[in-house]
Design a binder for this molecule. Structure first.
Ligand code: TXE
Length: 484
């Protein structure tokens, strides 16, 4: 299960290079150096993957759920048995602290397989009884061949979050991980082979979004696309897949607000606010990047947040004392830095961070940035409107509940929101009015895999998680039977 220098596609049960033989460089963000190669796949590889998936579909879709359960559980076991290799591969590929890969990313990848393996053996469908006349029952049938496309911020975590329910419901899958973080998807293909997943049920095609990814979205046999990534990419996917009437689940960007009332439990709030600001270098779609604080608490909050941010240790992601590792790519680091310059032009004050960390030795050329806290920016400015997706937060005081809600709702995004108050009535009242798919009260990133997950407005369409995912990956068919 050790990472290879040459990553391969997983098509029809075999590990194969791209049909063209071409490869792309895979960078390690901690060092800024190329450390492996991934297949530069194109539509030929996608075609082979779709053909294999189509061939595998009749048997897989008709397999009793118990069989699918056993194989998915075996995949989870293999990931667990090789936890450290998976975690090291994730950290090498993404720059995130090894502690995070070990405690969040890889455990969650196993949990995704276990959750959907067990869910499918308990999944039921509805019936509607017309007394004395007829009964309707709803069949939930797999769609066929589906596409799963995932990003680089939580590589195996999000990849398996899509693949596991798609497979559990009897679909065959053509999946593409991000070209920036392909290694754990490659390790997953080896785990699937070891677990005895039948050939063609899952196919993993590596490569660029506008080439391999676009070929998956365009393929007429692919019935549905589950995608997580940027809003601009989401738009392109809709433009291609919409006119083909494909089912779409799109989890896109966010510009999530944290609303902090003066009556909150300050100690719990400040710990979680630091996490929601800078976990994974702010590269989580659920990170809170706009922080609104009730005025009486504002100065105390600002001083404490800045102090704690300055204490965060940025550096070698393999070190146990590191809080923030490297950003995912040089291009992304430069994008984040461009927003820091913009914030100053827009009149903001950078209270701490925002500068590169000078590293030594092999890490000298890695992508390290000190986390930044900015104040003094209006809602309408680009820094407060656009997704930065890095270790950058803005802080702003507010005076009334109505003002806080208006500020929170004042962007095109609506993924998640976090609310801190001890007043239960206010928590319910505000949560109801927030334009977001997920609201956390007095916590952040507490996740129950059964709950609906997704955003409103430009943060996406559709929901994943629990039964929502099982419903997305199945087509309901109503059968009406009249008595006698
Ligand atoms: O994402 P892309 P990028 C946001 C974040 C980030 C910005 C751009 O703000 O700065 O998006 O990141 C594949 N057809 N998020 O450019 O391109 C691509 O190969 C089909 C938020 O890295 O959206 C990858 O596998 N697929 C986010 C996946 O889409 C295509 C997480 C995501 O990459 C494609 C990541 C196409 N035409 C970035 N073009 C979140 N919501 O968590 C690209 N891809």
């Amino acid at each position: 299960m050790t990472p290879d220098k040459y990553i391969k596609n997983y098509i029809d049960g075999a590990l194969v290079p791209a049909a063209s033989g071409a490869y792309l460089d895979n960078y390690c963000p901690a060092t800024g150096k190329v450390y492996s190669q991934l297949p530069d796949s194109d539509e030929q590889d996608v075609q082979r993957a779709v053909d294999a998936a189509e061939r595998a579909f009749p048997e897989w879709s008709k397999a009793e759920p118990g069989k699918r359960f056993r194989i998915l559980m075996r995949i989870a076991d293999i990931i667990e048995q090789n936890m450290e290799e998976f975690a090291r591969a994730e950290t090498t590929d993404s720059g995130k602290p090894l502690a995070m890969s070990m405690s969040v990313d890889i455990p969650r990848a196993q949990a995704n397989f276990r959750f959907f393996a067990t869910a499918i053996v308990q999944f039921g469908s509805e019936s509607h009884h017309m007394a004395g006349e007829a009964v309707n029952y709803t069949l939930r049938q797999p769609l066929g061949v589906v596409g799963c496309i995932s990003p680089w911020n939580l590589p195996l975590y999000l990849f398996t979050w899509k693949i596991a329910p798609a497979l559990a419901t009897g679909n065959c899958v053509v999946a593409k991980p991000s070209e920036l973080t392909p290694m754990t998807a490659y390790l997953l293909s080896k785990a699937c082979i070891e677990a005895g997943l039948p050939s063609g049920v899952l196919n993993i095609v590596h490569g660029l979004g506008n080439k391999a990814g676009q070929a998956i979205v365009e393929h007429p046999v692919v019935k549905a696309i589950s995608f997580t990534g940027g809003t601009a990419t989401g738009k392109k996917i809709v433009a291609t897949a919409g006119p083909m009437f494909k089912k779409l689940s799109l989890e896109l960007g966010g510009k999530n607000p944290n609303i902090i009332f003066a009556d909150c439990n300050f100690d719990a709030m400040i710990v979680d606010t630091l996490r929601s600001s800078f976990s994974n270098n702010g590269q989580i779609c659920l990170c809170g990047s706009r922080i609104y604080v009730e005025r009486p608490l504002y100065e105390k909050f600002r001083d404490e947040l800045v102090k704690r941010t300055q204490f965060l240790k940025v550096g070698d992601p393999f070190s146990a004392v590191t809080d923030l590792g490297a950003l995912v790519s040089l291009q992304h680091l430069e994008k984040v830095e461009s927003y820091l310059s913009l914030a100053e032009v827009e009149g903001g004050s950078i209270l701490c961070g925002g500068t590169r960390v000078e590293m030594k030795g092999e890490y000298e050329t890695g992508y390290y940035l000190r986390p930044a806290v900015i104040e003094g920016l209006p809602l309408e400015c680009r820094t407060n409107q656009e997704e930065i997706f890095g270790p950058v937060v803005t802080i702003t005081p507010f005076d009334t509940e109505e003002e806080a809600i208006a500020l929170a709702n004042g962007t095109v995004y609506g993924l998640s929101a976090t609310l801190w108050t001890q007043d239960i009535s206010r928590a319910n009242r505000v949560a109801e009015q927030l334009q977001a798919g997920i609201v956390w009260v007095n916590c952040w990133m507490v996740r129950d895999l059964r709950t609906p997950f997704g955003g409103v407005k430009n943060s996406g369409i559709g929901r994943e998680g629990g039964n929502e995912a099982l419903r997305f990956f199945t087509e309901p068919k109503n059968v009406c039977m009249k008595y006698g």
